[in-house]
Design a protein around this ligand. Structure first.
Ligand SMILES: Cc1cc2nc3c(=O)[nH]c(=O)nc-3n(C[C@H](O)[C@H](O)[C@H](O)COP(=O)(O)O)c2cc1C
Ligand code: SF4
Length: 409
């Protein structure tokens, strides 16, 4: 099975420039610099490379919507989103630790594509080891002359989930509170310091040298008609071998779980959160779902950032819901009342169920509160509040009835 990003992970010194180059690293950059920008954009569009940070926006399309230099001369930026704070996702951490030069190469190609002289890598605050690895790799690339006239700076996040959202991340970089902006304008027109900016996820950019080297058609053919290439799944929860597994887009969910050793301790699988905690749960009957940007959607969920969390038969779904809503309540930036208040009440009501005081009417409140919030908030965090809980209520009603009974005896 074709592996792109993890193919050389067995090399102990892959993080060093010499090893990376010895394996063909930076050849993609060389080829991209020799290509016209239009051809590069064409290959990117043909590749069907989707944004792998969760939203799945096609990378080639994003790059080509950057306001052209002719219309708006002046600085433009590429920002790498290495904030990775979605619970259940840890693939960017692994990529940066093992192959930092793959990210730097992808970033340099993106900078060339949109004619940016300045790039940034925004690193999650807790990723201190990864920050040091990137710092060292950047110094190596700089002294080898690989950056040319371009400059790349590292920035550290302060540990907020919301700063992973692109517009909040840009606010943070400008020294402000991580409050999401209400688009339009989108960052490609008005991003960092009001200038055209591409924000891309670590994994998206690591894929770019492969698109350039082997061509957009080749890359697209690895995946499904609308999701090209391969994808890194972070598999955790009740599995025997948690870890990061690379598979072609469209691989059935059951194969990904099997690669992680299946459910631990011979227990039965109850449910799977397919893409990180902001994606609705899927059941044991849905394991044939092809894991690309379209497959989980057909089951009312999302591929997200590929954080597959496996839950076995011992999992209590009210506890799972409470855990997720407590996280969202904690991480809501508080800018919109429905998100700030709604997430708080979800947490409180679920807590009441867990502590033995729940009643059936609470379930109606949870249902209504969530529905009332939809579309009334600025960003996707607010739109997520209650979504996972409502999916759990629908797919596992018995768990909820037990904690929120009609009558208390
Ligand atoms: C609440 C929230 C948190 C997010 N966190 C991240 C993150 O940690 N890393 C990431 O790459 N994208 C994250 N995203 C998605 C980004 O807003 C953006 O779509 C992405 O960085 C764009 O890169 P891509 O097109 O390469 O995926 C988050 C989105 C939301 C709504
Ligand atoms: S939806 Fe929530 S997290 Fe997003 S801007 Fe509004 S309050 Fe902040």
């Amino acid at each position: 099975m074709t592996k792109l990003l993890t193919a050389h992970f067995h090399e102990p010194r892959l993080h060093e420039l010499e090893t990376y180059r010895g394996l063909g690293g930076y050849e993609g950059l060389k080829k991209a610099l020799a290509m016209g920008r239009e051809q590069l954009m064409e290959e990117m569009k043909k590749s069907n490379l989707r944004g792998l940070g969760g939203a799945g926006f096609p990378a080639g399309m994003k790059w080509s919507t950057v306001t052209p230099e002719a219309k708006d001369p002046g600085p433009r930026y590429v920002v790498v989103n290495c904030d990775e704070s979605e619970p259940g996702c840890f693939k960017d951490r692994v990529l940066v630790t093992r192959a930092p030069h793959a990210l730097i190469e992808g970033l340099l190609i993106a900078m060339h594509a949109i004619d940016a002289k300045q790039g940034f890598i925004f690193v999650r605050g807790e990723y201190q080891v990864q920050y040091r690895i990137l710092d060292k790799a950047l110094a190596e690339a700089r002294s080898a002359g690989l950056l040319g006239e371009r400059s790349i700076d590292l920035m550290r996040g302060a540990g907020a989930y919301i700063s992973g959202l692109d517009t909040a991340l840009l606010e943070t970089m400008e020294g402000k509170k991580a409050w999401p902006r209400q688009p339009p304008p989108f960052p490609t027109a008005k991003g960092l310091m009001g200038r055209p900016t591409v924000v891309n996820n670590v994994e998206t950019l690591c894929m770019v040298p492969h698109v350039v080297l082997k061509g957009g058609d080749w890359f697209a053919a690895l995946g499904t008609p609308k999701s090209g290439g391969t994808f890194l799944f972070s598999v955790s929860g009740h599995v025997a071998k948690p870890g990061v597994y690379e598979f072609p887009m469209g691989t059935p969910l059951k194969d990904i779980i099997a690669a992680a050793g299946g459910v631990k301790g011979g227990r039965k699988l109850k449910a799977v959160i397919p893409g990180g905690v902001s994606t609705p749960v899927m059941t044991a009957e849905e394991l044939d779902t092809p894991m690309d940007f379209e497959g989980p959607r057909a089951q009312g969920s999302f591929l997200g950032a590929g954080g597959v969390i496996v839950l076995d038969e011992t999992a209590d779904m009210v506890m799972v819901a409470h855990n997720i809503e407590r996280f969202l309540a904690h991480e809501s930036c508080g800018q919109c009342t429905p998100c700030r208040q709604g997430s708080y009440w979800y947490e409180r009501i679920l807590e009441r169920g867990l502590s033995g005081g729940g009643v059936a009417a609470d379930l109606e409140t949870l249902q209504r509160t969530g529905e009332d919030m939809t579309g009334k908030v600025i960003c996707a965090l607010g739109d997520t509040v209650g979504v996972v809980t409502r999916a759990l209520m629908k797919k596992f009603p018995e768990d909820f009835k037990a904690k929120f009974p009609e009558r208390r005896g």
